[in-house]
Design a binder for this molecule. Structure first.
Ligand code: FAD
Length: 323
């Protein structure tokens, strides 16, 4: 049976995040020929609707309000629920991002619905869809199926392949007027600790440093390598605790979960809490001077050596390839 599916598009600094396109691809599978409706919430975000359509949404509903120019769970939940009430979909998809993790449980509970969070793959389609999600910090995967009611799930960034962008696709982008009231928080300013470069949670390449990097300056060459590969720098908690870098870069059980195409672990031992945040990366390269380091158990390629020798060699080699 075909379904009507709502997909939340996430806009940051005027740009739709990739996970929105991945969520549309997931929604298409579930819709099984039904309608996929993009939802945009913010202030002056309607123009992003065209891109959602080019990535597969059939139409887009934008809720614009000055109170929605920065994310608050009160404001965004009022806006999303208004769209939900108008459309009465059978399924809802969000990205499993900081915003999605905050908003989805609130909306699911308001709708008395279940929530399948952190989906990394979908087998089958429509009513037969099986949702794959990690459990026990990524040590195992479960397959979940819903029996009845609203199907509400979040997709982990970088796991579901988006559809090809088709600039010839067209569809309606409409505005829905919603009264936003009773905001318990007003965000006056957002100060990003890491303001430049590729977003760590969506990066296709992550170069992560650990305590083995030995200093904040030691992260310089890692940043250079990441820049050369078009990626982002991450870190173990060991490196953050030692003050080599900011906690916003921490990857792991109590940090960010990343699934890049290439993860380069540099001077990281491979503690279970770290692996919970990166073991699903498509290709893992580990650089460690200890051949017994745990990280080699999950690595596709291992380099046993001193990172202070290996990283400059890699940088020089990649620069050579680029000329
Ligand atoms: P270490 O374990 O000290 O490893 C450093 C590695 O660098 C060693 O393997 C060493 O051989 C190698 N090395 C040293 N010098 C060189 C060199 N010159 N060249 C090459 N290799 C070198 N950790 C996380 O990362 N993320 C989390 O989210 C997280 N959450 C946690 C939650 C809880 C509740 C707890 C208890 C712990 C958590 N931890 C987390 C901490 C985790 O247990 C480890 O302590 C931490 O991951 C270790 O960081 P590390 O690998 O950088 O340091």
């Amino acid at each position: 049976m075909s379904k009507k599916v709502l997909v939340l598009g996430e806009v940051r600094e005027g740009v739709l995040r990739n996970v929105s396109f991945e969520a549309i691809a997931a929604a298409k599978k579930i819709a099984s020929g039904g309608e996929v409706i993009g939802v945009l919430i913010g202030d002056e975000i309607q123009t992003n609707g065209t891109e959602m359509i080019q990535y597969g949404a059939d139409r887009v509903i934008a809720v614009e309000h000055p109170h929605l120019n920065k994310y608050t769970s009160d404001g965004f939940s009022q806006a999303f629920l208004a769209v939900y009430e108008q459309e009465k979909p059978e399924a809802v998809v969000f990205g499993h991002t900081a915003l999605g993790k905050d908003l989805s449980p609130k909306i699911a509970s308001k709708l008395a619905s279940g929530l399948i969070s952190d989906v990394t793959g979908i087998e089958g389609e429509g009513n037969d869809a099986l949702f794959i999600r990690p459990i026990y910090s990524g040590k195992a995967f479960e397959k979940v199926k819903t029996k009845e009611g609203l199907l509400f799930f979040t997709v982990r960034p970088n796991n579901i392949t988006p559809l090809e962008q088709d600039s010839n696709r067209s569809g309606d982008v409409s505005l829905l007027s919603v009264e936003i009231t009773n905001l318990r928080t007003v965000i006056t300013e957002v100060v990003r600790k890491v303001s430049e470069g590729v977003d760590l949670s969506e990066a296709k390449v992550v170069v992560a440093g650990g305590r083995g990097v030995k200093s904040a300056e030691g992260f310089g060459p890692l940043q250079e390598l990441a820049n050369l590969l078009g990626g982002a720098v991450g870190a173990s908690r060991g490196a953050c605790d030692a003050d080599y870098c900011d906690y916003s870069l921490q990857i792991g059980q109590t940090g960010k979960v990343v699934t890049p195409d290439l993860y380069i672990a540099v001077g990281i031992s491979g503690a279970i809490q770290h692996m919970a945040g990166m073991s699903n990366s498509k290709i893992i390269v580990a650089i460690n001077k200890d051949p017994e380091a745990n990280i080699f158990k999950v690595a596709d390629y291992g380099i046993v050596g001193d990172l202070f020798d290996v990283i400059p060699m890699l940088i020089a080699e990649i620069k050579q390839l680029k000329v």
